[in-house]
Write a protein of this length. Structure first.
Length: 264
């Protein structure tokens, strides 16, 4: 299978600046929406009784002042929190790649779309919880906004893990999809970044089918994996490493890198 050359070059300075501005503006807007749409808390009356909170919330956003019911405001804060959690993940990954001078242009689209994925996943998980499919839930007035906001933010922050968990939970209820070309990709390494460095250097291994990798070997030395997805493994050069193609260990077997890694 030939790898597409689209977006394979490194991101240029203007690409990095533009993406950073968009991500920071998006994060600021999400925080503002989250604060503005937060449902009012119940108040204590002079006689000590708890008053019923207001049923509507007015949002002030760039001259737009919609009035939201409590039910609608819960939907808004769940989606904003999910997107905000994904934005945290995006910003952490973004500065890691920029700092290591390993950001490729093909990743920019993922960075821009991931907050929207987090918002939708947060909404789906909220609907699952409200529908009582995994746990009982009451009406809108019984929902703790802090609790569902925290769940939605964590869902956005760990979107891949959330998708896998939802798949495992509902795989017993739904029929398994037939295997297709986009499933069960054979492990393959396409690039190692950087191409060399001393012990302790952060290394990114690019390829396909790498999510189940358990270790990376640099000669006879084995390093631990700090993060693994289908297309990326993050690790570091371990003590005792020697120059040579890195070898990734997976349940399907060992995969050797296309180029040697030079240990300085």
């Amino acid at each position: 299978m030939t790898e597409s050359p689209v977006g394979s070059e490194y991101a240029r300075t203007r690409d990095i600046v533009a993406a950073a501005v968009v991500l920071l503006v998006l994060t600021a807007v999400l925080v503002i929406v989250l604060v503005q749409a937060w449902p009012p808390a119940p108040k204590v009356a002079p006689d000590g009784r708890t008053e019923i909170p207001a049923r509507t919330t007015t949002v002030e956003l760039l001259g737009w002042s919609p009035t939201l019911s409590r039910e609608t405001s819960l939907f808004v804060i769940v989606m904003a929190a999910g997107a905000l959690g994904s934005a945290v993940h995006v910003l952490r990954s973004f500065y890691w790649y920029v700092g290591n001078r390993a950001l490729r242009r093909s990743w920019l689209m993922m960075y821009l779309l991931l907050p929207f994925v987090g918002a939708l996943l947060g909404l789906i998980v909220y609907l699952v919880l409200r529908g009582g499919l995994t746990s009982p839930a009451g009406g809108a007035s019984d929902i703790n906004p802090y609790g569902i906001t925290a769940i939605a933010a964590l869902v956005g922050l760990f979107s891949r893990e959330t998708s896998e968990k939802l798949r495992s939970v509902f795989s017993t209820l739904l029929a398994s999809a037939p295997p297709g070309r986009d499933q069960a990709l054979a492990p393959r390494i396409t690039a190692i970044e950087p191409a060399g460095g001393p012990v302790g250097t952060a290394v990114a291994v690019h390829g396909t089918g790498l999510a189940s990798a358990t270790a990376v070997r640099f000669g006879a030395a084995e390093s631990r994996i700090s993060d693994a997805t289908d297309t990326l493994i993050r690790t570091a050069v371990p003590p005792g490493a020697t120059t040579g193609p890195p070898v990734v260990t997976t349940p399907a077997g060992r995969v050797t890198g296309p180029e040697p890694f030079t240990v300085e």
